[in-house]
Design a protein around this ligand. Sequence first.
Ligand SMILES: *Cc1c(COP(=O)(O)O)cnc(C)c1O
Length: 493
Amino acid sequence: MTGSRPRVPDAGVIPAAHLSPAEFVENGRAVLDWLARYWSHIEDYPVLSGVRPGEIRARLPAAAPETGESFDEVMRDLDRIVVPGLTHWQSPNFFAFFPSNSSGPSVLGELLAAGLGVQGMLWATSPACTELETHVLDWLVDLMGLPADFRSDGPGGGVIQDTASSATLTALLAARERATGFESNRVGVRAPLVAYGSEESHSSLLKAVRIAGLGGDNLRSIPADPVTRAARPEAFAALVREDLAAGRIPCFAAVTLGTTSTGAFDPLEEMGGIARQHGVWVHVDAAMSGTAFLCPEFRHLQAGLEFADSYCFNPHKWMFTNFDCDAFWVRDRRALIETLSVTPEYLRNRASEAGEVLDYRDWHIPLGRRFRALKLWLVLRHYGAAGLRDLIREHVALGQEFREWVEAADDFEVLTPAPLNHVTFRYRRPGAAPDDLNRRLLDALNESGRLYLTHTRVPAGVALRMVVAQTHTTRVHVRQAWDLIARTARGLS
Ligand SMILES: *Cc1c(COP(=O)(O)O)cnc(C)c1O
């Protein structure tokens, strides 16, 4: 092979059933045009789909097509059948849950990964797939102010996982083995292991504890501060003491930086210090808010990283990289690899055996893996670190402005600290039950189709969450959202 680009093969060498190169290009252009139009007109759609359960399936044929259909027909059905059933996560008026951001460079990176179709389970199965991933995750260590130990040229390293849920499970498995001298891997979990997480921890923590065989009852829920919703370190210390006194083995603590419910930040430094004293693995879950740490001025919220054994965040939430893409690092990769490595004969190869390469199949649960680093690489190269920081700062500034508007309104209140772009708030009216009032407000807002918000519960009751982080959200959208929220609330019967 010479030249830097593959040559387009003659149509004649491709069986007729496949798309010819020319047809592929033509259909591909149609898809890109379609997406570009969709993104530019996305505000024309109600943010939430209004379909009823089963409505989409009822429009689909009962059986798969026996003979191939034309691409145009498929695209027509995309408009006719699929689009009405979409909730528009790429709408700038999407303020619910957390964003699942896409962006031009990310989609193009995803397309390249799909077309290359490489399987990066081992270094040897596609060296660039592994090395680009290792390299981009090393870049991120530096860009986010993470400890140098997390870099792959030190004892640690990073890997892309599908989700934060998988990252947390992977960390827990390594912690379990570290705590038991790799015994659980052989004989099952016999040691009385316990794990810890704030009462505000993500549900994926309990799921991980169950899957890892610790048993859900052995997840200790650390009470959170009634106002800040951050885990209380003295409560964590008390639980650890209690478990030790009862002969149990504290093994894993999840510290959340930016909780799903209210955007609370657990005190990593204090919790880390307690965990370190007892050899407890500290896993930092910064799935949503990790992206903020591209900006040095927000890094005080992750003080205490020297105690972290592992760390994850989701570029697929706020960092303009489409789902799925969770970045996961460990301080010491040996425990992880020893926990997950199983090598049958058919995977043996010289590079792995020489110990010169990373084989990412040993860093997560599946064997196979796709080339997700490409989209991350395209995002980092398109925006540049400075470009990303500007966008993140803009979202945080808008979140703060929204918080100020809520604070300035006599009939609204902000319920938790909200240092970044996640504001937890509610409407209040003398003589009205606040939970009922806010549930009705939420329904009215979402039924309007003009934005999408979700709720949570804090000690004071039902709260609305406003998360300003969608790729295309600007000040106009946030201002419109606030005007609509205030007007709708005041108009409630
Ligand atoms: C979103 C989120 C998760 C779950 O993320 P997945 O990638 O969907 O598994 C876990 N923890 C926190 C703090 C989150 O924000």
